[in-house]
Ligand binder design. Sequence first.
Ligand code: GLN
Ligand code: ZN
Length: 766
Amino acid sequence: MSIATSLGFPRIGRRRELKSALEAHWAGELSEAGLQEAARLLRAESHSLQQGLGIGHIPSNDFALYDHVLDTACMVGAIPPGYGWRGGEVTLPTYFALARGTGGGDAAAGLPALEMTKWFDTNYHYLVPRLAAGQHFAVTANRPLALFREALARHRRTRPVVLGPVSFLLLAKTDDGSDPLDLLDRLLPCYAQVLAELAAEGCAWVQMDEPVLALDLAPKARAALRHAYETLARGATPRLLLASYFAPIADNLPTALALPVAGLHLDLVRGRDDLAPVLAAIGPATWLSLGLVDGRNVWRADLRAALATAREAARALGGSERLMIAPSCSLLHVPVDLAQEDRLDPAIRPWLAFATQKLAEVATIARGLDEGEGAIAEALEVSDAALRTRRDSARVHRTDVAARLLGATPEMERRPAPHAARRARQRQRLPLPAFPTTTIGSLPQTSGVRRTRAALARGEIGAVEYDEAIATWTEDAIRLQERIGLDVLVHGEFERNDMVKYFGEQLDGFAFTRHGWVQSYGSRCVAPPIIWGDVARPRPMTVRWARHAQSLTARPVKGMLTGPVTMLQWSFVRDDLPRETVCRQIALALRDEVADLEAAGLAIIQVDEPAFREGLPLRTADREAYLRWALSCFRLATAVVRDDTAIHTHMCYAEFQDIMPAIATMDADAISIETARSRMELLEAFAGHGPSAYPAEIGPGVWDIHSPRIPPEEEILALLRLARRKLADDQLWVNPDCGLKTRNWREVIPALENLVGAARRLRAEA
Ligand code: GLN
Ligand code: ZN
C-alpha cells in the first residue's frame, strides 16, 4: 500500500482568513489570543479537509503566522539583538517586529524588518535570517512538537515539516559576510533536540525540506549535507523524508542518495529525469515520495500518465510498500479551492485544479496504484476528457495566432539603426534638456480612484461616468506635471487596477479568478491571472488614454505598457506549450500595441519589465537559454518602431551584475532602475567603458518611493552627482525609483518639485 501525502497546504485560508486576522491584530482590533485562535482554526480546518480527501501523511508545522523561515530562525533562537528578545519563547511582538519592523509612520525611527527575498523561483517571499559570526543557537520552543501535539489532540498523527539545517543556513546571511555554513555544528544540536522530542512523542515521520538540493551546490555545501544528516542519524529521530523541489536534483543526486534518511521526495514535474537514476540506485529500505501533481501551477493532472509513472516506480521497487504519492512541492503556491470560482468560463474550469483538487488527485493516483485502474476508472475518464477538450479546443489553439508566430522573423526583433544613430534622430524629433526629468508611470491611486473603480465593479456607476472620472484625473495630472516642470510626462495609470491584470483583461487567452489568492508574503496575497489559451489582442488597449493625455499638452507624454516577460512571470502559465512560446504570443500582441501608440503620435513608449530577472532559472546551466528567449520576446514586442521613436524600459527589484550583458541586448533607448536606497551602487553594473558598458540612456532612481519620506533637493542632487561619476552626462535621466501609485499627493508633489529642482541645479553645474 502506498501512502497519499501532502507536502504543505496554503496557510491563508479559503477566504484569506489569515490575512484578515493578521491585519486586524496589527490594527489593534484583534488580541493576541484572538489571532492564535484564528490560526488554530485554520490549521484544524486544513487538516480535516486533507483527511477527508484521503491524505495519509498530513503535514503540520507547514503553517506560519508570517513566514516559515522566520519561524525556523525563531525556533533556534537566531534573533538579532535589539528586537526585545531575552531568551525563551519568542513573543509575538518580537516575531512581528522581525517580520515588519517597528516605528509606525516614520520608518527611520524604529527597527527595520529583516530583509525579504524570493523563495527560490516562486513569488513567495521569505525573511532572510540574520546570523552573527559566532552565532549561538538554542531551541526557544519546539514548535513542530507543539503543532504535532495540537493535531494529536484532535486524533490526527501529522507529519511535521521542518526546514532542514543546511537550507536554513544557505538561505541566511551573516553580519560580517562569513559563511553561514560554518555555523552548522552549532546549529545541529537544536535540530537533534527537536527531532528527539518529536520521536519521544510518537511522531513517526518528519518531512525535512532541503530545497537547496535543487541549486548548483559547492562541494562544501554537499559535505555539509552529509555531515548534518549523519550527525542527526546518530540520535533519536523519527523517520526523515528528505524533500527537495522546484528543479531537478540532477548532479546533487549522489549526495542526496547517500544521506542516511528514511525517504526521499522527488519533484517529478520539474525533475522527471531524476526518476530513472534514483530507481536504479535507491537503497533497499528507502522510501520514495513521487511528486506527480504540479504544486506550482493550476492545471488538472494527467492522471493516466501519473499512474504510469507511479507503476514504473513500483515495478522497480518491487511493490508500492515504500512509495508515497505527493504533489511536486508544497501547495503554498496555488490557490486553495476551485469550488469557489463560480464565475470562471465553464469551458476552462474542468481543466483546472487548485490545492484541494490537487490533493484529491494525489489520493486517486495512490488508490489506482494499490487497487488497479478499475478502482479509479471514473476519475481517469474525467481526466482524459479534460485533456482532450483542452487539446482540441479551437479557443486554446488558434490558427491565426499560430500563423502569426510562424511568420515572426529575426528581422522583426531588430531596430533599423543602432542606438547612437537612433538617439540623434530622437533628439531631433524631441529636443530635451540635459538630464531630462520624468516619472515611472503611475501616480497616486488615491482612495477616490479606488472607490470609483469599486463602484464600477459593483455596477453603481456606469462606464461613461467611470471614464469621465479617469479623464479628469488624467487631465489634472498633466497640468500638475506641467506646473512642476517635468520634461517627459505620464498619463498616470489611473485606469489600471494592476499592471498585469489591466492588460490580461483586454487580451484573449487570459482568465481571472475571484478567490484565487496565493500568499506573496505575510498577509499580502496576489491573484495571478491564468493564461489558458493562445494570446491575441482583439483591439488596442492603452491608445485611448495615451492619446487623450498627449492631446492635453505640448510636452511629450510616454506611452506605458507592461512587457511580455513580466506578464508571463506574474501569471499561471499554460503547461501545454513551452513558456517561451506563450511569451512570444504576448510579445506579438504587445507589438501591435506599440505600433498603435507610435501611430497615435507618442514619441516615447515605455515597456516595463520589473519581473525580467526573477524569471532566471535556478540552475546556472539553464540561464542562458532563458535570457535568449526573454530578450528576443522583449525585442519582438518593441522593435517595431521607427528610429525616431524611443523605447524605454523599467526594472525594479533587481541585481543587475549577473544579467548585465543581457540588459544591453534588450536594445532599449533608455532604462530606469531602482538605485536610491543603494546610493547608486547598483549603477556600477552599467558603468565603465568599452564593450561591457551599457550603451544607451539610464534613469537611476533618485527617490526611494517605498518610504513615505520626501527626499530633499540637496539629497537628490548628491545622488545625481554620484551618478555623473559613473555615467556620461548625455546618458543620464532623472526619475524616481519606481511608480508612485502607493504614495499620496502630499508626498509626490514636493518630492517631484525637489527632483526637478535638483536636475536644474545639475544642469547649471555641468
Ligand atoms: N509603470 C509602472 C508604474 O509606474 C511600473 C511598476 C513597476 O515597475 N512595478 O506603476
Ligand atoms: Zn518599478
